[in-house]
Write a protein that binds this ligand. Structure first.
Ligand code: PLP
Length: 370
């Protein structure tokens, strides 16, 4: 008898299902015998602009240094983030994507016997990092697809170490305002860390979404995580960052792999951070594309969840899986979200005007309305 290495895995790990990413363009192109360029992928909330030219220049300038290890403390990037956001560099933790930040929090603060609280329909990585470490994940029923912050507070107990909140949330696009965040933070027990995941904040800054950073000084249990993957257009490079009290940052940096953000990523992130023109174009393209998709859904008599991210969840009013298959046949990749408890929805990332139009035409055809 050989050993059963599934049974040998930690109980929490046995319960995990692997994260399902968006289908890669090349994979669908192979399956359909189509040119990759003719495929439209609106499945992973990627920036349709392509990377900032300034980020690309910074990467090229860094290439000759590839034999060296990156700066493990990422001095330049932390300095740039510190200046831009007015948070001391000692309160910054960098991640290999902000997914890495979530994992650092779990590794430093969760263990069997402890629990983490998050919302139903929330980002899949919260339960993933929680269960992987052997802690209990408490999924709190959502309210109108969004976080029910009152119910999340009620789910916290003496063994809770972390609450994950996404604002806006992925895949629903739902958000809460500054007053709601203030009320929530005021009532979270002191011993519980709040991870405020602001992966999409740049799309709705200012009037639309609360700025988690405004609460940092008052709440030493607050961690605000952000990313270069979305509005900054650098998803492949994997750079995320978190702002917190210096004490929490010190703890997270103890469990961090010393070279978790590579040198090309550090250089590109610095350049992207300084490229305010790119960020403005990202946001403008997103606003226009969001309006375009909403208008298209209205024409097709479909309901959607209003979103403040770079994606929108549309309700097909029936099982979405066959419609998704039909879209794939048309060369259009979007994201089914049955795994998030939303079997009648598809999540569609905002693309260029032409990509959005391709998607809407394909959807109309597959729904038999074309
Ligand atoms: C995309 C996303 C992230 C960012 O992940 P990275 O690892 O930084 O690419 C984080 N949180 C949520 C909710 C997201 O949707």
């Amino acid at each position: 008898m050989s050993c059963d290495f599934l049974a040998q895995a930690l109980p929490g790990v046995q319960k995990l299902s692997p994260y399902v990413p968006g289908k890669p363009v090349d994979e669908l192109a192979r399956e359909l015998g189509m040119a990759p360029a003719s495929i439209v992928k609106l499945a992973s909330n990627e920036n349709p602009l392509g990377p900032s030219a300034k980020a690309l220049d910074a990467i090229r300038a860094e290439l000759a240094e590839l034999t060296r290890y990156p700066d493990g403390n990422a001095f330049d990037l932390k300095q740039a983030l510190s200046e831009r956001f007015g948070v001391a560099a000692t309160g910054i933790t960098l991640g290999n994507g902000s997914n890495d930040i979530l994992e650092l929090v779990a590794r430093a603060y969760l263990a069997p016997g402890y629990n983490a609280v998050f919302s139903e329909h929330a980002f899949a990585v919260y339960p993933l990092v929680t269960l992987a470490i052997g802690a209990e994940g408490r999924s709190v029923p959502a309210k109108d697809y969004g976080h029910d912050l009152e119910a999340m507070l009620a789910a916290i107990d003496a063994d809770t170490r972390v609450v994950f909140v996404a604002n806006p949330n992925n895949p629903t696009g739902t958000w809460f305002d500054s007053e709601a965040l203030a009320r929530f933070l005021a009532r979270v027990p002191e011993h519980v860390l709040v991870v405020l995941d602001e992966a999409y904040i740049e799309y709705a800054e200012g009037d639309k979404l609360p700025d988690g950073l405004a609460f940092l000084a008052q709440y030493p249990n607050l961690i605000v995580s952000r990313t270069f993957s979305k509005a900054y257009g650098l998803a492949a490079l994997r750079v995320g960052y978190a702002f917190s009290s210096p004490t929490v940052a010190d703890v997270l940096n103890r469990v961090r792999q010393p070279f978790n953000v590579n040198s090309l990523a550090q250089a590109a992130a610095c350049a992207a951070l300084a490229d305010s023109d790119y960020l403005a174009r990202s946001r403008a393209l997103n606003d226009a594309g969001m309006a375009q998709l909403e208008a298209g859904f209205r024409d097709l008599d479909l309901k959607w969840i209003p979103s403040r991210g770079n994606f929108i969840a549309v309700d097909l009013g029936r099982e979405a899986a066959p419609i998704n298959q039909g879209l794939l046949q048309e060369g259009v990749i979007v994201r089914p979200v049955a795994g998030y408890g939303m079997p009648t929805f598809l999540r569609v990332s905002i693309g260029t005007e032409a990509e959005n139009a391709r998607f809407l035409a394909a959807l109309s055809k597959v729904l038999g309305r074309g």
